[in-house]
Design a protein around this ligand. Structure first.
Ligand code: HEM
Length: 454
């Protein structure tokens, strides 16, 4: 059995300058292995005071019980603002509540069902784009997940001229983004993120111009009664039940930017790691391929399945769950204290960065059995329920839980099933992916797999 790859861990004590250099590269390999067991870890430097909370009770406190006292960190907001403006991902307080009131209805169960045909089209296109041979699957999955977002949000495929430009600009934006890690945790002079991220700001502005075009066109279509019934129309026509108003164009551009970013980067990361885990566990893969045969009749007859077909893929669903545990696309959440706090026996002043590491909770050695192993069958066992309640947070928990969780599970299971119908996945010798955190958890040199036609 192949053990899923882990990042290298730094020794417990390293000189400050070396720590800083590691931070710049990747936030995961900056962490010592003891964090898989530690209850809490504090870092106190002249320009950084941060604490990682690593026990279920503290995580619950920060994300659920007193979430209002631990708002999104201003430093994370600063780093993301060029792309996301005032989107729901970065706002706090009353503005954030208003945005969630208008966004959440678009992701309710019934609406998810309505988006299914668009997801199926995207899964079909993804299967059509791949070919046998050695393939870098992160890129394939990014393409597929971006296609899902454009089809469900704006009823256009990724081949649409503006959609394609958003996607391509985003890829170059992403390459200049690791600075976010630094900006997120260090109290740097305000000018620092600006100097470092000029390219990031330029690509962000370009993406926002393109999204503005799409949003303005949709506003016009809503006015003339010609808008398709998709997620964008739903969000743009949903009235805030408290104030009665709808999003204006600028606000909607902010929200579309986060749907695009949060909605495709995350799913693409988890899908690519899922395929790697599947490829390295051939016996399990054979069972999944068997399950995926439920799609065959639809493919043979050239018809679309409906949402209910997802119930036929319990093992594929468990595989994706396990991939999210081992490689949570959003590895860490960063909040800050709004007032003085005491965690365990330690005191923390206002403005302390509070980090919840979804990566470390998912592999917590005090909670999970075989935490670093790929064991998808654990999801069929009763004792996993307790571990999951305490330490499984790939979509976060509490009021700020990911609104796209159900959407992401549906698209992922569907895309994996569709690809397993046509292809066997095999690892490529000498190409073991090394996880690292960019905007999401990615592999340092991509994830290469050998695809063979079934
Ligand atoms: C496997 C896929 C996904 C994962 C693992 C994931 C994970 C997360 C996590 C951990 C957060 C909380 C971040 C924080 O509080 O700092 C979040 C928030 C969010 N996600 Fe997702 N997400 C996924 C897919 C999606 C999709 C498909 C959409 C929309 C189409 C989406 C939209 C959002 C939005 C709008 C937020 C901000 C919510 C708020 O702050 O109130 N996500 N997601």
């Amino acid at each position: 059995m192949t053990r899923p790859p882990m990042p290298e861990h730094r020794p417990d004590r390293v000189p400050f300058w070396q720590h800083l250099a590691m931070f710049r590269r990747d936030i995961l390999s900056t962490q010592p292995a003891r964090l898989y067991r530690a209850k809490m870890a504090e870092v106190k430097l002249p320009f950084l005071h941060s604490v990682m909370v690593n026990t279920p009770d503290l995580v619950r406190l920060v994300l659920q019980e007193r979430a209002g006292d631990f708002p999104k960190s201003e430093r994370v907001r600063e780093g993301l603002r060029p792309l996301l403006g005032n989107s729901v991902f970065v706002t706090n307080g009353a503005l954030w509540q208003r945005q969630r009131r208008m966004i959440d209805p678009a992701f309710e169960g019934g609406r998810l069902r309505d988006t299914f045909p668009a997801m199926w089209q995207a899964a079909q296109s993804a299967a059509g784009r791949v070919a046998p041979g050695e393939t870098e699957v992160e890129a394939v999955m990014s393409h597929a997940a971006a296609d899902v977002i454009f089809r469900t949000l704006f009823s256009v495929p990724i081949e649409d001229d503006t959609a394609r430009q958003v996607y391509q600009t985003f890829r170059s934006h992403q390459r200049s983004a690791p600075i976010l890690n630094l900006a997120a945790l260090f109290r740097m002079p305000k000018v620092m993120p600006r100097i470092f991220s000029r390219k990031t700001r330029e690509t962000a502005a370009h993406i926002r111009r393109l999204i503005t075009q799409m949003t303005t066109a949709r506003m016009d279509a809503i006015r003339t009664g010609t808008a398709p019934d998709d997620l964008a129309t739903k969000i743009m026509t949903t009235r805030d039940p408290v104030t009665g108003d709808v999003f204006d164009t600028e606000e909607m551009v902010d929200q579309v930017a986060i749907f695009f970013l949060a909605g495709h980067e995350t799913s693409a990361s988890a899908l690519a790691w899922s395929l790697y885990l599947i490829a390295t566990h051939p016996e399990w893969q054979a069972q999944l391929a068997d399950e995926a045969k439920a799609l065959r009749p639809y493919l043979d007859q050239g018809i679309s399945p409906d949402f209910g077909v997802l119930r036929r893929f319990p093992l594929i669903r468990d595989t994706f769950r396990e991939a999210l545990r081992l490689y949570p696309p959003v590895p860490m959440l960063v909040r800050e204290t709004a007032q003085h706090e005491q965690f365990r026996d330690r005191q923390f002043g206002k403005g302390t960065q509070v980090v919840v590491s979804l990566w470390h909770m998912g592999r917590n050695e005090n909670i999970w059995s075989d935490p670093h192993e790929f064991r998808p069958e654990r999801w069929q066992q009763d004792d996993t329920k307790t571990c999951a309640r305490d330490a499984y947070l790939p979509f976060s928990v509490g009021a700020r839980v990911c609104p796209g969780a159900g959407f992401a599970m549906a698209e992922a299971v569907l895309i994996l099933a569709r690809l397993l119908c046509d292809y066997e996945f095999h690892p490529v010798a000498g190409r073991v992916p090394v996880p690292m955190a960019h905007m999401t958890v990615r592999a340092r040199d991509g994830i290469w797999l050998d695809l063979r036609a079934r």
